[in-house]
Design a protein around this ligand. Structure first.
Ligand code: NAD
Length: 495
């Protein structure tokens, strides 16, 4: 069986570890390849390669680095179907969604091509007589990136284009569930002219993550994944003196006011609840509907669910399988919990007839009404195609519910009342807010990040925040000596 290896110093590398893990094709339910799990020593090899590449890469001109990012952008754009097929094969998401994910990643690559402008410093002449002050931004060194299974291309692309453009060298540890996309991007970066050692990939599990968190030559950690792991990463990497940004899990609510266009709401709930089989950190998982709109809205959502097709992502279906059998069964178990907790299962996805092989990890779209906020169906991040409905009596009750959540990644309000929408954007305690937009993922020139238990750190992903995160500012105060300015003065220069 093929083994997905590491990428160290510009080439495929096996390292010394013999541990491996399975990589499934979720639409078939079979293991199609194995992935190598790096040992601490293997991670060190990658870090040393990145460390050795740092002086030359950080010393290269801004335009040289910009040109490599431009070339990478051209390769990624021209061959996105090839990468998309890898995503569908290992993750299961349907082809259109896979290519869409790469499109969102491309936005960040395009943003990073502007690095000479984005990382410019400031200059003040004559702050005191003959004294100038200016600032420059310099790369950190070796930066670590640890990414989740649900966006095997887009999440690494949130980070490494800006990190590399700014002059850093990278060690990426992708999810062990779908590692091949990272290897494809590593080869594409080499083809784009990136010097060996600037971008490295180590595959693995907790051992490789801990090795990065503890390595003295790793300057920063960018992490995306579930909340418990994000918290662990933030605390461990911070304790080891690293700069950290750790993006965690989510439970996103859509607040529907009775004056909203309920057809638009129903379409949006379907797209945001079931796209990518609900395995998105910005998926809508709870529709909070203000009475009296609930019955009509639920019936519209239910009608649309009848037309959704589930199956192999290569067969033109709307929704693919879940990532593993274990995860599929865990998501399905929430349907039993819902019944036990007194909710109404309106559509049960367990009986879905999938257009794919019998052993695929299938679970159809599921709709559950009257979910109690004390139920685990409401409080847990389910991360699957299960959409809950909570009925409330007023805007205030809906807002209070959203603000009481431990998560604060994304939310949306649906209404035709501009004043209500404006009040919501001000009052809601969530990092990314949509107004009649269900998945408000910021475009590449803003920054991505939630609040509360959805985010640990203070530098969001991509956008200007990422330029700041991946560089250190240095401020220089300079005076070129003029004989007339000699003499002793123990105070601060005044004028
Ligand atoms: P995960 O937390 O299980 O894994 C993420 C990464 O951490 C992987 O690389 C994995 O190998 C590593 N990891 C797992 N367990 C570890 C441990 N005990 N110690 C050290 N490292 C460990 O997440 P996942 O299941 O791959 O991805 C889904 C989660 O990611 C969801 O919670 C989702 O909301 C979240 N997510 C968040 C965002 C965001 O922007 N906030 C984006 C995408 C996904």
């Amino acid at each position: 069986m093929t083994i997905v290896e590491h990428w160290i110093n510009g080439e495929t590398a096996s390292g010394s570890s013999t541990r491996t893990g399975p990589v499934y094709n979720p639409a078939k339910g079979v293991v199609e390849r194995e992935v190598r799990f790096a040992s601490t020593a293997d991670v060190d090899l990658a870090v040393q390669a990145a460390k050795a590449a740092f002086p030359a890469w950080s010393g290269a001109s801004w335009s040289k680095r910009q040109q490599v990012i431009f070339a990478f952008r051209e390769i990624l754009n021209a061959r996105k179907d090839e990468l998309g097929a890898i995503l569908t094969n290992e993750h299961g998401k349907v082809s259109s969604d896979a290519v869409g994910e790469i499109g969102r990643g491309l936005e960040v690559v395009e943003f990073a091509t502007a690095i000479p402008h984005l990382a410019k410093g400031e200059y003040s002449e004559n702050v005191s007589t003959g004294v100038d002050v200016y600032s420059i931004r310099q790369a950190l060194g070796v930066v670590g990136i640890i990414s989740p299974f649900n966006f095997p291309a887009m999440v690494p692309l949130w980070f490494f284009p800006i990190a590399i453009a700014a002059g850093n060298t990278v060690v990426l540890k992708p999810s062990e569930k779908d590692p091949s996309a990272s290897l494809w991007m590593a080869a594409a970066l080499k083809e784009a002219g990136l010097p060996d050692g600037v971008f490295n990939v180590v595959n693995g599990d907790k051992e490789s993550v801990d090795a990065l968190l503890e390595h003295p030559d790793v300057a920063s950690i960018s992490f995306v994944g579930s909340t418990p792991i994000a918290k662990y990463i933030y605390e461990t990497a911070s304790r080891n003196g690293k700069r950290v940004q750790a993006l965690g899990g989510a439970k996103n609510h859509m607040l529907v006011l009775p004056d909203a266009d309920l057809d638009l709401v129903a379409d949006s709930a379907i797209n945001a609840g079931f796209g990518s089989a609900g395995e998105r950190c910005m998926a809508i998982s709870v529709v909070v509907v203000v009475e009296p709109a609930a019955d009509e809205l639920i019936s519209k959502i239910q009608d649309r669910m009848g037309g959704l097709t589930v199956g192999d992502g290569l067969r033109g279906c709307d929704m693919g399988p879940l990532i593993t059998r274990e995860h599929r069964d865990k998501v399905a178990s929430y349907i039993d919990i819902a019944t036990a907790d007194g909710a109404t299962v309106v559509v049960d996805g367990r009986g879905v007839e999938a257009n794919g092989e019998a052993n695929g990890f299938w679970l159809g779209p599921t709709l559950i009404d009257r979910v109690a906020t004390s139920s685990k169906v409401y409080t847990d991040e389910i991360f699957g195609p299960v959409l809950s409905v909570v009925r409330v009596a007023s805007y205030d009750e809906g807002l209070a519910l959203i603000n009481a959540s431990r998560y604060g990644n994304g939310t949306a309000i649906f209404t035709n009342d501009g004043g209500a929408a404006r009040r919501f954007q001000n009052e809601v305690q969530v990092g990314m807010v949509g107004v009649n937009v269900p998945i408000p993922v910021p475009v590449g020139y803003f920054s991505f990040g939630g609040w509360k238990d959805s985010f640990f750190g203070n530098a969001k992903a991509y956008g200007q925040a990422a330029v700041d995160f991946y560089t250190r500012e240095k401020v220089i105060t300079s005076r070129w000596l003029d004989p007339s300015h000699g003499g002793i003065n123990l105070g601060f220069p005044q004028n």
